[in-house]
Write a protein that binds this ligand. Structure first.
Ligand code: L3W
Ligand code: SF4
Length: 441
């Protein structure tokens, strides 16, 4: 059984409330961190090897050390709780069941970064969670963990919960900042990175919910100890939200050296494919990452077992690999239709494109139309090459990663399941009549 650092107490009755959280060791890491110099807390996070849990996997300690510190200018920490990536629901679980873990992580991280005003930007559709967070913030203030002169250290901190309005693009950090400032959530061109010019043009760190929660066990056990878990490049534990055609969908905490095979088939995690069917494919890191067919999912191109790590899931780049992404693990059984799923995703990205750059605005719409034709019996063989061409013209040519995220699923579907596209084109009536029993995510 793997070590649990984030969800080890999530099952305890009443852990959502301060008294229970405190009785079970809560705020011990904050006590410890507040006795250290802020720079030493940053060092501890650097030593841990923690990487951003929102999708990009950028080293957290490095991001923190990039934060500009001009004299007399406030610095901000923003928690990205705009969890909207299809297949991803692990941050919701953390906030809903163990909100004080996030508040404690925010306190420690704000102290380390010198942020006296920290924001939680939360997805609009998570309508019931702001109340849970506000309750935890109120309790933390009541017990002297927020407000002025926290625990007599001279450090002041307020945490504000800001609700988004339901746009996926606001999970992109610069769109999130625009939205937080009260504007339309259009991504900004980077550089400058938020670490230099973020909220109200001030230096800002934007980190994912899980990343900030992971700071608590890092301080509790020490950065070096945390770094011993996993594979080095993928240190620590990771939350995975597993869904699709599996026996036990849910949020799991894994050590990052578990094999994909064990994750899917063991009873401790997904419990195998539902209905005794065969595994067909998987999107292992949220809808933006390439789909992997079963043969490439369980073993790497070198024939080694594929691990639930940044490096193993991403090995070989586009050809054989996918990505750890946000940890949204979507499993497909043998009856699933890759064309239909690719269309669903194309529709999503078209709908969510902010429209600023032409390749994304126009290309996502084109991909949706062409896929719709193929799925609904009006496709031509040349449409497959057309789709390939469109995705290539989007990839790497846009302001923010949404363009790439729209292109990659299409590219991977054609690369690995071209025969399915051809079958749809050659058998239009049969393709329409099939009832696929789509996986839910
Ligand atoms: C200062 C530099 N800071 C990089 C910072 C940068 C950002 C972080 C990573 O996209 C991905 C995307 C989705 N000085 C810096 C620097 N930084 N160089 O490091 O940056 P980047 O550009 O690699 O990625 P990103 O823009 O954060 C995130 C993928 O995640 N994804 C999406 C998941 C969506 C959710 C959700 O719904 N919550 O998680 C899943 O795979 O496609 O590729 O902070 O500022 N020189
Ligand atoms: Fe907007 Fe798409 Fe361009 Fe991102 S890539 S800025 S979502 S148009």
């Amino acid at each position: 059984m793997g070590r649990k650092l984030l969800l080890d107490k999530a099952h305890i009755e009443g852990i959502r409330y301060y008294d229970t959280y405190r009785q079970h060791g809560g705020y011990a890491a904050a006590e410890k961190a507040l006795k250290l110099a802020p720079g030493d807390v940053v060092e501890e996070v650097k030593k841990s090897g923690l990487r951003g849990r929102g999708g990009a996997g950028f080293p957290t300690g490095m991001k923190w050390s990039f934060l500009a510190k001009p004299e007399g200018v406030p610095r901000y920490l923003v928690c990205n709780a705009d969890e909207s990536e299809p297949g991803t629901f692990k941050d919701r679980y953390l906030m809903e069941f163990i909100p004080h873990l996030l508040i404690e992580g925010l306190l420690i991280s704000s102290y380390a970064l010198g942020s006296n005003r920290t924001y939680i930007y939360i997805r609009g559709e998570y309508a019931w969670i702001p109340d849970i967070l506000e309750q935890a913030i109120g309790e933390a203030r009541q017990h002297g963990w927020l407000g002025k002169n926290i625990q007599g250290t001279g450090f002041d901190l307020e945490i504000y919960v800001h609700r988004g309005a339901g746009a996926y693009i606001c999970g992109e950090e610069t769109a999130l900042i625009e939205s937080l400032e009260g504007k339309r959530g259009n991504p900004r061109i980077k550089p400058p990175f938020p670490a230099v010019k973020g909220v109200w043009d001030c230096p800002t760190v934007v980190n994912n919910v899980e990343t900030l929660a992971a700071v608590v066990p890092i301080i509790n056990i020490g950065g070096e100890e945390y770094a011993k878990i996993g594979t080095g490049k993928s240190a620590g534990t990771k939350l995975i939200s597993a869904c699709g055609n599996i026996n036990k969908p849910g949020v799991y905490e894994i050590e990052m050296n578990l094999t994909v095979e064990e994750f899917i088939f063991s009873d401790e995690y997904c419990g195998g494919i539902a209905g005794g069917k065969k595994l067909k494919a998987c999107i292992p890191g949220g809808s933006s990452v390439p789909i992997l067919p079963a043969n490439l999912l369980l073993k790497t191109a070198k024939g080694e077992p594929r691990l639930m790590t940044y490096e193993s899931l991403g090995d070989g780049g586009f050809v054989t690999g996918s990505a750890m992404g946000s940890g949204g693990f979507i499993v497909f059984d043998e009856d699933q239709c890759v064309v239909r799923h690719t269309l669903t995703l194309a529709r999503f990205y078209h709908h969510e494109s902010c429209g600023q750059c032409s390749p994304c605005r126009e290309g996502t719409g084109w991909m949706e139309k062409v896929l719709h034709n193929i799925e609904y019996g009006k496709g031509k063989m040349s449409d497959i090459d057309l789709l390939w061409d469109i995705q290539q013209k989007i990839d790497g040519r846009t302001i923010c990663p949404l363009g790439d995220a729209a292109a990659w699923p299409v590219a991977a579907a054609i690369r690995h399941f071209r025969d399915e596209f051809e079958w749809h084109i050659l058998h239009p009536e049969e393709a329409q009549q099939r009832n696929y029993g789509l996986a839910h995510y």
